[in-house]
Design a protein around this ligand. Structure first.
Ligand code: HEC
Length: 128
């Protein structure tokens, strides 16, 4: 094979793997079909997996931001942002707490319950 052709082959292989990796990272995890997200289950799951940083009252801590905050209203951080945060973690971009690590022990169903809980609490304080 000529050198020129080999280079194009390499570009093609890299592009192929590049899109594969991207699709894997940015595919939003989906809860089970027909799941009814339940804020009460969500609260228990939140307390166990998220409250250490986001605060038991959702008002944040010294390790993470409040989720009862305009920034996290549904039109700015929609429900997929919760699924992606749990799966991939979050690179610090709004605050100075540093990155959020992935939370691998929660399932997409767990995150749907957690999101329902956060949305219910947000609505109580006028964030929607
Ligand atoms: C170890 C601390 C920590 C834990 C545990 C944690 N978070 Fe976070 N989370 C953070 C930090 C820090 C940020 C803010 C990053 C930034 O600067 O924007 C964040 C941001 C987020 C965001 C915003 C995502 C975005 O796109 O900006 C969501 C949603 C979120 N967390 C949900 C959760 C959920 C749900 C859980 C539990 C399953 C959880 N977090 C557990 C630290 C944590």
């Amino acid at each position: 094979m000529q050198k020129k052709h080999r280079q194009w082959l390499l570009v093609g292989v890299l592009a192929f793997f590049g899109t594969g990796v991207q699709a894997q990272n940015w595919q939003v995890p989906k809860p089970s079909p027909g799941l009814m997200p339940n804020p009460a289950s969500g609260k228990a799951l939140f307390d166990r997996n998220c409250a250490s940083c986001h605060g038991a009252d959702l008002k944040g801590s010294d390790k993470g931001p409040p989720l009862l905050h305009r920034i996290y209203e549904p039109s700015h951080h929609g429900d997929p942002a919760f699924q992606l945060a749990a799966k991939n973690g979050v690179r610090a971009h709004h605050w100075k707490f540093g990155d959020m690590a992935p939370v691998p022990q929660v399932t997409p169903d767990d995150v749907a319950h957690i999101t329902a809980y956060v949305r219910a609490e947000q609505r109580k304080v006028g964030i929607y």
